[in-house]
Design a protein around this ligand. Structure first.
Ligand code: SAM
Length: 267
């Protein structure tokens, strides 16, 4: 069995598309799929398909982080310099989630963060490339930033980004379906992530929201599919979210954006 798992992980990760997904998550999904008693070929396919749904679908082209680092290191070290902002925008284009947010990025963080300012600690779980939106967040320089996701190359890049611009930030691996971060923060971002996590664990949404030790949670859901279809998603996720928070005595405010519905929760 141990050999099967190791071989399955190795086979899944032999494809470029899945190579940089943290082995911890591949192992978690591989174990679940191996228990379903399918053929080897179908098991490999099922693990890859799950990894596609939760992560790879948002990065349709490989992201060449080494090239991004090369460009970054030619830039001035001021996060608000126009050339740095242009670099961050171009990089955010490469991840579907941040790309969709670019047309209203300025307004997004202005509306979400100004009622909470000054923010002294921020966590961004399943962050994707969203930490590159820091130039638009107007956070105090000393703000402590903790971000996590499942891609090892992305985590390494984000740590290089934090170092280069002297940001008090740390990126790391997380599998939110297994472990919820324990660090207490003023604000936690859970942007467009719950539907992905639910591909692996149907109950994770409420558990994550209840478990994150944040004074304020900013939670969002897409209102269009990756292909741009509307398909009643807004209503579907609104009903789902309301069900998740119904049991908690939290103050919840809805802020609708063009393709993303955001809920501000004061715990
Ligand atoms: C729809 S994207 C959202 C990215 C980012 N929050 C944003 O809104 O720009 C979902 C993210 O969840 C990450 N992810 C998927 N499964 C995860 C897991 N089990 N634990 C942590 N992150 C996960 C993916 O890699 C991807 O970056």
């Amino acid at each position: 069995m141990k050999k099967d798992i190791e071989e399955l992980i190795e086979t899944v990760k032999s494809s470029n598309k899945y190579r940089n997904i943290h082995t911890g998550l591949v192992e978690h999904i591989a174990e679940a799929e191996l228990n379903k008693g399918r053929s080897w070929k179908d098991t490999v396919k099922a693990v890859r398909s799950k990894l596609h749904q939760v992560g790879a679908a948002y990065q349709p082209q490989p992201i060449h982080y080494e090239q991004l680092v090369e460009i970054m290191e030619t830039l001035p070290k001021d996060l608000h310099h126009p050339a740095v902002k242009a670099f961050c925008q171009q990089a955010m284009q490469q991840h579907a989630s941040t790309r969709e947010r670019l047309p209203f990025l300025e307004q997004f963080y202005q509306q979400l963060f100004s009622p909470l300012a000054p923010i002294d600690s921020l966590m961004d779980v399943a962050c994707g490339l969203n930490p590159l939106a820091l130039p638009w967040m107007s956070l105090p320089v000393e703000c402590k930033i903790t971000v996590c996701d499942i891609y090892t190359d992305q985590i390494e890049f984000l740590n290089r980004f934090f170092d280069y611009f002297s940001i008090n930030g740390k990126a790391g691996f997380c599998d939110l379906t297994l472990t919820i971060p324990k660090e207490a923060v003023q604000v936690a971002l859970v942007l467009k992530t719950i539907p992905c996590l639910e591909q692996v664990d149907k109950e994770i949404g409420a558990r994550l929201l209840a478990g994150l030790p944040a004074e304020n949670l900013i939670v969002s859901f897409p209102s269009k599919s990756l292909g741009g279809k509307v398909k009643g998603m807004r209503q579907h996720y609104a009903a789902h979210f309301n069900q998740m928070v119904a049991l908690f005595p939290w103050q919840v405010t809805l802020l609708p954006f063009d393709n993303e519905d955001v809920y501000l929760i004061q715990k």
